[in-house]
Structure formats: C-alpha cells, structure tokens
Design a protein. Structure first.
Length: 398
C-alpha cells in the first residue's frame, strides 16, 4: 500500500477517534444532562447530520475545484473551532449549533479523503476504500474504549477530549498533506463537463438506486447511537457496557477484515451481492434486538450488525468511485456520503418519534420491514448501466 494512503488512514483514524468521544453519548447527554425528550434529541442529531450532508456536498465540490489540501484546511478550521467552543460552552443552544458546526466541517473532510484515496491509488480497486473503512473503525474502537475513562468523573469531559483531538489533527494535516496535494492534483482531470440530460444520466440513476438502500441502512444503524443507547440505560445496562458494544464493533472490523475479504473474493466477488448480504444481516440484527433484554443478546445483535456493515459500508464508495467520470470523483463521493448523512439525519428523529408514540420494539420491526424492502433497489441498480452499455462501450462494469 502506498505511503500516501497510510497518511490518509492516520488522518481518518484521528478524526473518528475524536468523534467517537462524542457521538455515542449525544442522545444520552441531550436526554439526561440537558433534560430533553428523545424526539428533541433526535431533532438535534437530525440537524447535526443535515449539516454533515451539506458539508459532504460542499467538500466534494471543493475537492474537484481547489484540491484536497485547501479543502481539508477549510473543513478542519470549521470543525476544530466548533469543537473548541463546545468544550467551554455546552448549554442546550450552544450544543445544538456547535454540533452542527462540527458536523459540517467533518462532513467536508470525508469526500475529500475518499476521492483522494481513489486518485492516489487508482489501481488499488476496492482496497483503498476497505483500508479507509478499517481505519475508521480503529478510531471507533479507540474512542469508545476511552469513553469510560474520559467520562468517569464528568460526562462533559468528552467535549474537551474531542476538542483536543481536533487540534492535533489540524496540526497533522497542515504538515502531512502538503506533498499529497501535488501528487493528488496530477491525477485530477479537469475536463469540460458536457451537460447530460437526467433521463439518460445512467451513472446517476444507478447511484440513486443504491442510495435508497444506503439511506435505509443508515436509518437503522443510527438507532444504536440514539434510541438503543437510551434503551440499554433503561434496562440497567451501564454506560461502560454500552461503550463496549462499539469497542467490539471496531475491533471486530479491524481483526476480521482479512478473513471477510477472503470470503468476498472466494464466494461473493460481485459488489451487488456483497451489498445485499449486508442488508440481510442488518435485518437479522434488528430481529435479534426484538428479543434483547440482557447484555449478551445486545452483543449478539451488535456482532451481526458489524458483519453486515463490513459487507455494505466499503462497497458503496467503491461503486461510487467506479461510476465517477474523471474530474468528478469528489462530487460522486460527496453525493454518497451526503446520502449516508441523510440516513443519519432522518434515523434518530424517525426512531425517536416511533419510540415516543409506540415502543422501541415496534421500531425494530419497522426497520426490519424497511430493510427487506430496500433489497430490490440493489438488485436492479445496474439496470441503467446495462442500458448505457447498449449505447456505448465506456460504461464501468461493476
């Protein structure tokens, strides 16, 4: 793996480590520390994700226009400034607006890192995206493992830890990415972009079909960060035990990735099948949650969910990279990452509403149904590309 990719992986790990001090506790902080309902907690997380989705789109556009280095500096300036202010001011309205600032800045970073990975190692295929996915989960494992220590005396210490990590990351990016900008820029093709009518824009059609399933998966996944976290507290499962779910999640992804990569190469091979298997496992994990009242059953559900995300999360940016025309890598990565943010945005408020109106068990069954409904979109996503292949020989074969 090229040295430049290792720099990207370190950056992603540091970013996710800092974020992992905060995101598993957001719903708990809003509900218990700030005294707001689960619906309000879901609304605040919706605003954070909406800001992240906007950041994804802006970051992707900036990558295509001004390159990775300046995009990352702008992104980290916004995220670091917001994180540092949040360390000192975390009453309700400060929390709401500064969380949006962190979401926007962090959102700008993600498509720039993904697009740069594909540009710096184009012959790597899905490997750079698998590597980024693993690095994200190293960050999750480190961050969530440290939550119990950081928040032992005061829950709001996580704000200071998040701010410190952002400052360190900002300094690292300033010095580490100067050389990458020049090499990454040479791979960017600034071509004249011909306007393509939407009805024959088959690459975008394929991406939209995948995005529908991607949104539903993220709506389910965010329940673990929002409503499941509060549910475990109500059942008497400690905060340390809850953070252990995410530690296991990250460690499994890091340790099991080579074995899973072998399974995919040997038995699955196609990206479509990889994504469908992931969605089936997501649905199974929520079926298990309908029977969960003890820590061990929650852990089983988390393990199944983790295996599912190992199938689907790296596959989507890989497909986006293969679909993207030269010079549009940032836009396509920004689009799929903004779709993920839309799922994160809708998920908590959707789940919080169902839990407040009915029960969390109703939410689990609704999610199982939605995940099953999403599978046909993955089955037919490459149909538009088949139409394009009938007209041209230049369509990517996925």
């Amino acid at each position: 793996m090229p040295k430049s990719i290792w720099i990207l992986l370190i950056t992603m790990t540091m970013s996710i480590t800092g974020a992992s001090f905060l995101w598993p506790l957001n719903a708990i902080i809003i509900h218990e520390e700030l005294g707001k309902s689960l619906t309000i907690a879901g609304f605040i997380l919706l605003l954070n994700s909406a800001a992240g989705a906007c950041g994804n789109l802006v970051g992707g556009r900036l990558f295509d226009g001004i390159g990775s280095y300046r995009t990352l500096i702008i992104a980290l300036s916004i995220a670091t400034g917001s994180a540092c202010l949040l360390a000192f001011q975390h009453s309700f309205y400060y929390y709401m607006f500064l969380l949006m600032g962190i979401g926007f800045g962090s959102g700008m970073m993600i498509p720039a890192l993904y697009a740069l990975a594909g540009s710096l190692w184009p012959e790597g295929g899905r490997r750079p995206f698998n590597a980024i996915y693993v690095s994200q989960n190293v960050g999750v494992a480190l961050g969530t493992a440290l939550i119990g220590i950081i928040a032992q005396n005061e829950l709001t210490n996580v704000f200071r830890a998040n701010a410190l990590m952002h400052v360190v990351l900002f300094i690292f990016v300033i010095f580490a990415f100067r050389g990458l900008e020049a090499r990454g820029a040479t791979t960017q093709v600034k071509e004249t972009r011909e306007k393509i009518p939407f009805r024959v824009h088959y690459r975008i059609h394929a991406l939209i079909l995948i995005s529908i399933a991607f949104v539903i998966c993220w709506m389910g996944y965010t329940q673990w960060q929002a409503n499941v976290s509060v549910h475990t507290q109500n059942l008497g499962i400690s905060l340390g035990s809850y953070s252990l779910f995410w530690t296991v999640n990250g460690l499994m992804i890091v340790c099991a990735q080579p074995m899973l990569a072998w399974v995919i190469r040997k038995w699955i091979q196609k990206l479509k099948a990889q994504m469908i298997v992931g969605v089936f496992l997501f649905a199974l994990s929520f079926l298990v949650l309908t029977q969960a009242e003890q820590f061990s059953i929650f852990m089983v559900a988390m393990i199944i969910l983790t295996i599912g995300e190992m199938f689907i999360w790296p596959a989507v940016p890989t497909v986006a990279s293969q679909l993207a025309p030269k010079g549009r890598e940032g836009f396509y990565q920004g689009l799929v990452n903004s779709v993920a943010m839309v799922g994160r945005m809708i998920g908590p408020v959707f789940g919080g509403f169902i839990v407040d109106m009915y029960s969390i068990y109703v939410l689990f069954y609704v999610l199982v149904g939605m995940l099953i409904v999403s599978i046909p979109f993955l089955l037919i996503y490459d149909t538009p590309l088949k139409k394009q292949r009938e007209q041209t020989t230049h369509a990517p074969k996925l």
